[in-house]
Design a binder for this molecule. Structure first.
Ligand SMILES: [Zn+2]
Length: 325
């Protein structure tokens, strides 16, 4: 029986936007390191605040904290935008950022001024940015698109958590906004990046928005050797699939053990962080039955081999984000 508290863990997708000493305590209690993700979302504080908070955690406890930098799309049509963004990112990397985050505002929010079409991530506008990232071997964490449920009416969504989120955030519910490019368009634009930049390390946050089908994820892993994912906020979708297809989901984790990173997506919420750590551990390390607000009914733990757990919880993040110390 593996010891939960002592097993080394990296939460590869974590958010804390103001300093709270409780996280260092949790890190000590659970042998945990966090990658704090800066994000260009309007509900987050300004980017420079997020970055300075992330750096203050690292200064205090470098063994337990790391961060991924980001940039703002604000002013993207200004001719100096890219120069300023790349200078900012260079500074962030020099300060220890282990990667760069890209958010779903690209593809779902930002409009081109000429024809009011949505600016997609594979638009040639971003070529200089991706060349810069690829040439400097800076990993990219992409939250592009949304769960497939986002394009469905509430009553057809497969996840209680998604239903609640889009009920509370109708502005992000693509079904209500037919002008937003389709789910398939979002996924295709992201996949196109891996063809355009085969040297780029690309991590799809939230199971790369392919949470609804481990088989679709497996196809991408087979096709793109530079594609990785984190589990944050989407493990419930795989638990759902494991109710009907236990061996399929378990074998997926084993076969692609070097591609998947653990992450909680806890956002200024230490209670959620701890409950995710405990419940997810039970799912991965035992064959006990568990429950989650997201999944109808009960599901059985997939009891993964220890070497797979070690990759999922620790070694992959170290390899995929080489600047992580
Ligand atoms: Zn997140």
């Amino acid at each position: 029986m593996l010891e939960f508290e002592h097993f080394p863990k990296i939460d590869a997708h974590f958010h804390s936007t103001f300093y709270d000493p409780v996280y260092e305590q949790i890190a000590n209690d659970y042998h945990l390191k966090y990658i704090n993700i800066n994000t260009d979302a309007s509900v987050f504080p300004p980017m420079e605040v997020q970055e300075s908070v992330a750096l203050s955690y690292i200064k205090k406890a470098p063994a337990h904290f790391a961060y991924i930098a980001s940039f703002e799309m604000k002013g993207w049509q200004h001719p100096n935008w890219f120069k300023e963004v790349s200078n900012g990112l260079k500074r962030s990397i020099d300060q220890g950022a282990v990667g760069v985050k890209i958010w779903k505002n690209i593809g779902m929010e930002v409009l081109k001024s000429d024809d009011k079409s949505f600016l997609m991530i594979d638009d040639q506008f971003f070529d200089p940015l991706f060349l810069f990232l690829s040439e400097n071997k800076i990993p990219v964490l992409t939250h592009l698109g949304e769960p497939r449920n986002c394009w469905l009416p509430l009553e057809e969504m497969t996840s209680e958590r998604n239903k609640a989120y889009y009920t509370q955030n109708p502005e992000f519910h693509a079904y209500l906004h037919p002008e937003i490019p389709s789910y398939e368009t979002q996924i295709a634009a992201r996949d196109h990046l891996m063809v355009k930049y085969p040297e780029l390390t690309l991590v799809g946050a939230h199971l790369g928005s392919l949470e609804w089908s481990y088989e679709e994820l497996a196809k991408r892993f087979d096709q793109y050797s530079n594609f990785y994912v984190d589990l944050s906020s989407r493990l419930g979708h795989l638990q759902m699939q494991s109710v009907k297809d236990y061996d399929g989901v378990r074998n997926f984790f084993i076969k692609y053990a070097d591609r998947i990173m653990y992450g909680t997506d806890a956002y200024n919420n230490p209670e959620k962080l701890i409950s995710s750590l405990i419940n997810d551990w039970q799912y991965f390390t035992t064959n006990k039955y568990g429950e989650s607000a997201e999944v109808k009914g009960i599901f059985k733990g997939i009891d993964l081999p220890e070497d797979v757990l070690y990759q999922l919880y620790y070694a992959n993040a170290k390899r995929i984000y080489p600047a992580l110390n």
